[in-house]
Design a binder for this molecule. Structure first.
Ligand code: EPU
Length: 419
């Protein structure tokens, strides 16, 4: 059976500018949130990725009209929304479909939905989401046709998260926005995407305070209404291009960023010697002559993002010395290691960490095991001698809008091919 691959002939310097799209991990929560309104919601600046298309199609299954205008503006009209069980196969194609649970529970007080899928990063439980829904009064059971979440009524509660979880924080916030009374989420995650979702919900009439801190206070409301919202830029996509530029960039301008969101990454880029200049909404990156080794430990925001440890890894082959990457969020997120070894990378994996030493990468046939592993392999291919072929690129297309076009515009020799 034929399949599409991305091919890269390495060695070209990168020069010019790249514009960052709207944040995937925000978009995947904002779209489900729109179903809670009783009139039209417009989302501006959405990334053109397959996860967005899948969520639009899940909304359509609930009789909600979704219209894409000019590629990146989504109009959602939920005024005729009806509650229906959501089909398993679509739900399983992305992990973030779990946000349909919180949104539908808030609006309809009843949800039947398949279990979420997503990137294989090791165990990814949703026990904290369920704990939150149950605290609000929902009965959650697993049946043959999926998960059933049913509540007579949702009543605000105090919820302490045992694990700092982006997904659980957003999901509970969605449901609690339409619960009776006050909900407090303690030990909440603080990622910028959570603030973005809270901003949309507040514009829709919700009463949420404290987003971006570890305590969220939500006063439930009976109805939510339509609004217009512009999504934040994707800090992980921006970080991916900053890593590519740090490796191959003579001078690359990364446009449409929020510099504050980039600080955990830029601190590490500077530590290895990369020239990073931050301006109001863009960054200029120039690669250095020599790179220092570094230790990176991923953590919840504002720590170093787990989503950027894989795209950062290829850079460390240029350092004189051994670097270490420890992933405390997903200790099994190291499936790119074996692929980088195929490219002659001197990299080994231990329990929850990888060690990376100086190597000259060579083009090879490699496969993306997940979204950010795919980005990592593309970046490695930009520096490698010869041609790298990346298989399994459906993962990359789930989260990177026009990655081939954007890198080509910067001067990379990169193309898609059906083989
Ligand atoms: N966890 C639990 N129980 C839960 C929820 C999470 O034990 O109920 C654990 C997870 O296993 C993990 C940690 O808590 O070890 C953090 O997980 P979190 O819930 O924060 O992750 P998520 O919401 O499922 C989002 C992003 C991921 C990103 C993580 C961490 C979306 C759609 N996904 O996932 O993004 O890696 O936060 O920042 O927002 C990606 O973009 O490539 C990606 C995987």
């Amino acid at each position: 059976m034929s399949q599409e691959v991305i091919k890269i002939r390495g060695g070209n310097p990168l020069k010019g500018k790249v514009t960052i799209s709207g944040a995937k991990n925000s978009a995947v929560a904002l779209i489900p949130a729109t179903l809670m309104a009783n009139s039209k919601v417009t989302l501006e600046g959405l990334p053109e990725i397959s996860d967005v298309k899948t969520l639009m199609s899940l909304l359509e299954d609930l009789n909600i009209t979704t219209t894409l205008v000019e590629g990146d503006v989504l109009e959602v009209d939920p005024s005729n929304a009806v509650n229906k069980p959501l089909p398993n196969h679509k739900v399983q194609s992305l992990r973030a479909s779990y946000y349909m649970m919180g949104a539908m529970l808030g609006k309809f007080k009843k949800v039947i939905i398949g279990l979420p899928g997503g990137c294989p990063l090791g165990p990814r439980p949703i026990d904290q989401h369920i704990k939150g829904f149950e605290a609000l009064g929902a009965k959650v059971t697993e049946e043959a046709d999926g998960m059933h979440l049913v509540a007579e009524e949702l009543v605000g509660a105090k919820i302490f998260l045992d694990v700092v979880s982006v997904g659980a924080t957003i999901n509970i916030m969605l449901a609690a926005s339409m619960a009776k009374g006050k909900t407090v989420i303690e030990n909440a995650a603080k990622e910028p995407e959570i603030v973005d979702v809270a901003t949309l919900l507040n514009k829709m009439g919700a009463k949420i305070r404290g987003a971006g801190t570890d305590t969220l206070k939500i006063e439930g409301v009976e109805t939510l209404h339509g609004t217009t919202h512009a999504i934040i830029p994707d800090r992980i996509e921006a970080g991916t291009y900053m890593c590519a530029a740090a490796m191959m960039g003579d001078e690359v301008k990364v446009e449409n960023i929020i510099p504050l969101h980039m600080e955990p990454l830029t601190a590490k880029l500077k530590e290895i010697g990369v020239d990073v200049e931050l301006y109001e909404d863009y960054a200029i990156i120039r690669r250095p002559k020599t790179y220092a080794p570094v230790t990176i430990t991923t953590n919840v925001y504002p720590g170093f993002a787990t989503d950027l440890q894989q795209p950062f890894t290829p850079l460390l082959f240029l350092s004189n010395g051994t670097s270490t990457i420890i992933d405390t969020i997903y200790p099994e997120r190291f499936r790119h290691v074996a692929e980088l070894q195929k490219m002659q990378g001197d990299i080994t994996e231990g329990k929850g960490f990888a060690s990376i030493s100086h190597s000259k990468l060579k083009g090879a046939e490699v496969a993306a095991s997940d979204l950010r592993a795919g980005a990592c392999l593309v970046i490695a291919g930009l520096a490698a001698e010869g041609v790298t072929t990346v298989f399994n690129i459906k993962h990359i297309d789930r989260g990177y809008s026009g990655i081939v076009e954007k890198l080509k515009a910067l001067g990379a020799d990169i193309w898609r091919e059906t083989i």
